[in-house]
Design a protein around this ligand. Structure first.
Ligand SMILES: *[C@@H]1O[C@H](CO)[C@@H](O)[C@H](O)[C@H]1NC(C)=O
Ligand SMILES: *[C@@H]1O[C@H](CO)[C@@H](O)[C@H](O)[C@H]1NC(C)=O
Length: 368
């Protein structure tokens, strides 16, 4: 397992914050603590992690009308996601999120290189459904939470730590999560065990599960752009795939996600709930977001639009029927007129012939 560094060594940084009112002067970035808000909050990240101030940062707001359709974007293919085996997965709380480490036989196809799975983690808000929590937004709208599945480029780099600083080094799947009526059994594979890792740095082994059960059904509709890790050190090494289709979890599941974990360690007196662990969207700076689908094909139709289309089609059909009926009627009446004319002509000819005959034949009455 030494060759894999989990996302959190992306930030296995010591949490020293609350007692000090300034950044701890540290000899290396690894010793610097960070948080989502407050003194060491996201607006300050770039001071100690220069990449966080870069021009290709994540997450971003996807403005769908400004995306560019790229027909060469094929569906991404999770490899081995469902072959989870019998070895338990390792799950831990790093003070910033819950991380599930993935076995190295899981990977991702459908990109220019083969990528090996490393870990998955979640971002969420606070306050239940409808108040945000996702990192990526679509047309300015947040989802309730977001799942990230992290992979490194195994064709170009020997391991995660080598790949994560390099362009094209990582591929992350972004799955937007919304709240619905039903329990999502896939997410219970994580949520049901979070009580074992309530405090930062706690770790637990959980039964292996089908990771594909966390993904949306349609893996062919997505947005693709070049971006970064969404946590310090914010390396700009990520090929992002944000799916168009959202997955649904129940309200109870969302609340569990939001209320279960602490960002503080077990020995800390002041417990701090781990909430609102999402970064705000970053400027695109001339980057293009590509879409694997054209605006028309991928657009969901609202019930209003569906009604409008149905009414439109019906009116259209009725219109066409009326026009056809009119044409047929006109032709028919023309035909009737014609045939009536012919009949009249015939009748006239017959009568005139008869009259002529009468004229020509000698009248017997005149001869006595
Ligand atoms: C990752 O690969 C680099 C380059 O080969 C190597 O120096 C480093 O020790 C490796 N790291 C781990 C954690 O295996
Ligand atoms: C990402 O950047 C590379 C250049 O390093 C470029 O070839 C590629 O097309 C970019 N991908 C996207 C989705 O913008």
């Amino acid at each position: 397992m030494g060759r894999r560094v989990n996302m959190d060594s992306l930030g296995l940084f010591v949490l020293l914050i609350p007692t000090f009112f300034h950044w701890t002067a540290a000899s290396s970035a690894d010793e610097i603590s960070w948080s989502y808000s407050g003194i060491a909050g996201q607006s300050e990240w770039s001071e100690y992690f220069p990449d966080c101030g870069g021009t290709s940062q994540s997450p971003v707001d996807v403005i769908t009308t400004q995306t560019k359709y790229d027909p060469s974007l094929v569906p991404v293919t999770p490899l081995g996601y469902s072959q989870h085996g019998n070895q338990p997965f390792s799950m831990h709380n790093n003070g910033h999120t819950v991380i599930v480490e993935l076995p190295e036989w899981m990977g991702l196809g459908g990109l220019p290189w083969f990528f090996t799975a490393v870990q998955l983690h979640l971002h969420w808000g606070n306050g239940g459904p409808g108040v945000g929590g996702s990192e990526h937004t679509i047309n300015g709208r947040s989802s309730d939470a977001e799942l990230h599945v992290v992979h490194y480029n195994a064709e170009l780099y020997p391991n995660m730590s080598a790949a994560m600083t390099q362009r094209d080094g990582l591929a992350v799947l972004g799955i937007l999560i919304e709240t619905g009526e039903e329990t999502n059994p896939g997410f219970n594979n994580i949520l049901n065990y979070m009580s074992r890792i309530r405090h930062a740095d706690q770790r637990a082994f959980i039964p292996a599960f089908d990771v594909q059960s966390l993904l949306p059904k349609d893996l062919g509709l997505y947005y693709r752009y070049n971006g970064s890790l969404t946590t310090p050190p914010c390396y700009q090494s990520v090929i992002w795939t944000v799916f168009h289709e959202r997955v649904l979890i129940s309200k109870a599941q969302l609340l569990k996600m939001e209320m279960m974990l602490y960002s503080s360690k077990v020995q800390e007196v002041d417990r701090m709930l781990l909430q609102d662990n999402f970064r705000i969207t970053q400027p695109l700076n001339h980057r293009i977001i590509f879409a694997s689908f054209s605006a028309e094909s991928g657009r969901e139709l609202s019930s209003g639009e569906v009604t409008a289309i149905v009414i439109g089609v019906m009116c259209g059909c009725v219109g066409v029927a009326v026009i056809i009926r009119f044409i047929v009627k006109t032709i028919r009446s023309k035909e009737t007129e014609k045939s009536q004319e012919i009949k009249t002509d015939l009748a006239l000819t017959i009568t005139s012939k008869a009259e002529r005959k009468e004229e020509l034949s000698p009248s017997p009455q005149t001869e006595p």
